[in-house]
Design a protein around this ligand. Structure first.
Ligand code: SAM
Length: 330
């Protein structure tokens, strides 16, 4: 089947999605009350990457940690329990199960006890949990970290960033959520207001422009279809090809994914305008990116098709998996 001269095939998408649980459709969210090895590994790796960045980029100063779009709050919990910090806060306007991308209900406590088994050692070493992260895209391994063991003392704020009213300033800000937050200009203006001078900002990014940038909920059967189709074309595509879930699909495309769309270059521009200097950039690419480029008709065609809508998009961003950006407030 074709849509606007683009070949529409299920096999352009399904083999590139992480498998869903048995008995669910490829476009369904993970089920409630069920934890997976993959989730456990993902949280431990995220904590390890943050701990490693704190060690490397903060002169061992005491940390006032903020996790934007924290989801189930496990990251600020782990930071407060196992690292040397003054305070640890997680914010998210939605709690488990309230946003399509948030954590499934009924999984937090079981995840905590599984994670504890790995973190109850004095040192965090990737070798101890490598068997849990075979699906994670990392370009290099975080170093060994000494762990503390304290009573956990962290705060959850059910808020949007712009709703943080107190005068407190944070000196280490983490976000693995910006791909779902609209209006980055406002977001980073507000992040700047609540961060101290020389603060560290750690963004773990999943670009909209990557092969799976529309997540399973708004992905098409056209390679990079969410980038290549113009907005109105995307709506007609969804209506024609996915008539039963067309409304949910279009809703996620506009409201579940950051809007307006910004490339990595746009993000760097927004960060520098808000006094953030990038000090570290790390990118892992999709394991099967060569195959994906082939499906899209080659590099030249892919760039031609995508640049029509987004003139400053790069091949590097199109093939990206996780991108880590670390910046310092100047
Ligand atoms: C992919 S989840 C990541 C959760 C968590 N950071 C993690 O790594 O597991 C994205 C999170 O962004 C949150 N979110 C969505 N819109 C947001 C907004 N406007 N401001 C802050 N967080 C938002 C969702 O509730 C969700 O928890």
């Amino acid at each position: 089947m074709y849509f606007k001269n683009f070949s529409v095939k299920k096999k352009n998408l399904i083999p590139f999605l992480t498998p869903t649980s048995k008995g669910t459709n490829w476009y369904d969210s993970p089920p409630s009350n069920k934890i997976t090895k993959r989730q456990i590994g993902r949280i431990i790796l995220q904590f390890h990457q943050v701990a490693s960045a704190i060690k490397e980029f903060t002169n061992n100063s005491k940390i006032d940690f903020l996790d934007i779009g924290t989801g189930n709050g496990l990251l600020p919990f782990l930071v407060s329990k196992y690292l040397n910090c003054n305070s640890s806060t997680g914010i998210d306007p939605y709690e488990d199960g309230e946003h399509q991308t948030s954590w499934p209900i009924g999984t937090k406590n079981r995840l905590k006890s599984e994670i504890k088994k790995i973190l109850e050692k004095k040192v965090l070493d990737i070798q101890n949990y490598k068997h849990l992260i075979s699906h994670e895209a990392i370009s290099f391994e975080p170093k060994k970290i000494n762990l503390y063991k304290k009573k956990s003392n962290w705060i959850f704020l059910k808020k949007f960033v712009h709703e943080i009213k107190n005068k407190k300033k944070y000196n280490f800000i983490f976000a693995k959520s910006i791909d779902h937050i609209p209006n980055w200009k406002n977001l980073f203006l507000n992040v700047s207001k609540i961060s101290s001078k020389n603060a560290t900002l750690f963004i773990k990014h999943n670009s909209f422009f990557s092969y799976n940038g529309a997540h399973r909920y708004a992905s098409t059967f056209i390679p990079w279809g969410h980038v290549i189709l113009k907005e109105k074309e995307y709506e007609s595509y969804a209506k024609k090809i996915h008539p039963k879930r067309y409304k949910e699909m279009v809703n996620f495309y506009y409201n579940g994914l950051s809007y307006p769309r910004n490339t990595l270059d746009d993000l760097f521009d927004i960060l520098s305008k808000n006094n953030w200097k990038i000090i570290h950039l790390e990118q892992s690419n999709k394991k099967k990116y060569l195959e994906q480029i082939k499906l899209a008709g080659g590099v030249k065609k892919l760039l031609n098709d995508t640049k029509k809508n987004f003139s400053n998009i790069s091949l590097s961003e199109l093939i990206s998996d996780r991108i880590i950006i670390i910046a310092k407030k100047i």
